[in-house]
Design a protein around this ligand. Structure first.
Ligand code: 5AD
Ligand code: SF4
Length: 452
């Protein structure tokens, strides 16, 4: 019998990947995806714990689901409610205790057990809680990845051993784990066979990857990228998120040597002050970051850099914040994310005495985002008049338009036939908007134009 599944995803790309895999693992027992909770027999909330008020958002969503569940029950229909992701891992049984509508709490390392857990929740009256750490068995037990579009995510590494003092990931995703090279290549091959032309290798600390290779020795991310690049129909490879300390020489060299590896690196720095970096336990200094950037640019001069920043970390002075602005000016980012520090219970920084007032955080965030926005606009504007290879991913907003990505991850809108979906074509960039580009196909690419 067909049953209907609705997954709501919060947060990062790894959660988007996990949501797709949860749907994959539930498909063999009859679940098909639907677009709303109202149509579903099973709702999974795939939560994120990084942002502020994660738990509050979850409980307000659960409040709405409790009402829906009651309404369905009056019609003789059942609704199962599951909470997955990092809040599930962090709060565990507490969630079911606070929200009676919850049937299942499932942590990120237990998704392969979903069919069995759903059956158990159906049979038991009480909520089922599954939050153990079993990374190695999870990936082995998940079914092959289903088609997921021109650009596909592939998790190669999970968890983190770095323990930055603001971050919940080491607690919610557990210790660092790298999937074996053969498993990654198998999944990449499946994704390409299903139509993917770009693969984004995901990990919380992806450049710490050290998966087992064929001969038992572990391979670095650079060697993994080289192996995946050998898949013929695959056009592009990206990876995210990296830690500056794990930017090895071979990964930097790969940016100069592997044509399929895109010239774009997301390299969070968090702060431009050595004092704050030390308090964050980032274990690198500002100069180390500059050094990595210089080496990346030497290997691949056009590399675009993106980053994450936190403002208002406990103890951050005006001078510390000015140092962050100075770092931004010195590096020049193509794009970036910036956040106000928010205390995550259980992390060391949450208990630091010198928390920064919200108003100061607001001012600093506005100043930083202004500077980053100016850089992003400048980066986009500099592509006007150039020709860029664009991988077309989807239909555009207007009929006859496609949207694709430049090598630098900028969305590019182009009038182009749908036959170009999933292919790379050379595009002349005509205009830069704040968050995207507009261009036209180079004449030599046009399938309807004969070459002279
Ligand atoms: N407060 C604010 N930002 C945070 N991040 C992680 N934890 C926190 C926190 N407690 C940001 C970091 C990280 C990004 C994914 O989220 O910048 O790189
Ligand atoms: Fe969190 Fe990234 Fe630091 Fe790991 S390296 S603790 S994931 S911020």
């Amino acid at each position: 019998m067909t049953k209907k599944l609705f997954v709501k995803t919060y947060g990062c790309q790894m959660n988007a990947y996990d949501s797709a895999r949860m749907a994959d693992v539930l498909a063999p027992i009859g679940f098909v995806g639907v677009d709303s909770a109202a149509d579903a027999d099973l709702v999974i909330l795939n939560t994120c714990h990084i942002r502020e008020k994660a738990a509050e958002k979850l409980y307000s969503d659960l409040g709405r689901l409790a009402i829906l569940k009651q309404a369905k029950a009056q019609n003789g229909e059942a609704l199962m409610v599951a909470v997955a992701g990092c809040v599930a891992q962090a709060e565990g049984a507490e969630i079911a205790a606070r929200a009676a509508c919850v049937d299942l709490v499932v942590g990120p390392q237990t998704y392969h057990r979903l069919p069995e857990l759903v059956a158990q929740a159906e049979a038991d009256g009480a909520a089922v809680i599954a939050t153990e750490f079993l990374s190695d068995s999870k990936f082995d037990a998940l079914p092959p990845a289903a088609a997921s579009g021109v650009s596909a995510f592939l998790t190669v590494q999970e968890g983190c051993d770095r323990f930055c003092t603001f971050c919940v990931v080491p607690y919610t995703r557990g210790p660092e784990f790298s999937r074996p090279v053969a498993a990654v290549v198998r999944e990449a091959t499946d994704l390409v066979a299903a139509g993917a032309r770009e693969i984004v290798l995901l990990g919380q600390n992806v450049n710490a990857y050290h998966g087992a290779g064929a001969r038992g020795a572990s391979l670095s991310l650079a060697r993994l990228i080289e192996t995946v690049a050998a898949i013929p129909a695959l056009e592009r490879i990206r990876y995210t998120t990296s830690h500056p300390r794990d930017m090895g020489d071979d990964l930097i060299a790969a940016h100069g040597a592997i044509a399929k590896l895109m010239p774009y690196v997301h390299l969070p720095v968090q702060s431009g002050s050595d004092r704050v970096l030390a308090a964050m336990n980032r274990r690198h200094r500002v100069d180390d970051y500059f050094d990595v950037v210089a080496r990346l640019r030497a290997a691949r001069p056009d590399v675009a850099l993106s980053s994450d920043f936190i403002v208002g970390f406990p103890g951050e002075s005006d001078a510390d914040f000015d140092a962050t602005l100075a770092l931004v000016r010195a590096v020049g980012f193509a794009s970036a994310f910036s956040f106000k520090y928010s205390a995550r219970p259980g992390t060391p920084a949450a208990d630091a005495p010198d928390q920064i007032p919200e108003t100061v955080k607001d001012q600093r965030l506005a100043a930083l985002q202004g500077a980053l926005r100016t850089q992003q606009h400048g980066f986009n504007a500099a592509t006007v008049g150039r020709g860029l290879p664009v991988l077309f991913e989807a239909a555009g907003r207007h009929p006859g338009q496609l949207v694709g990505r430049s090598p630098y991850l900028q969305p590019v809108h182009v009038a182009a036939p749908t036959s170009l979906l999933g292919t790379v074509a050379q595009v002349h960039i005509d205009a830069a908007l704040p968050n995207s580009l507009a261009g036209r196909l180079d004449q030599t690419n046009r399938p309807d134009v004969q070459a002279a």
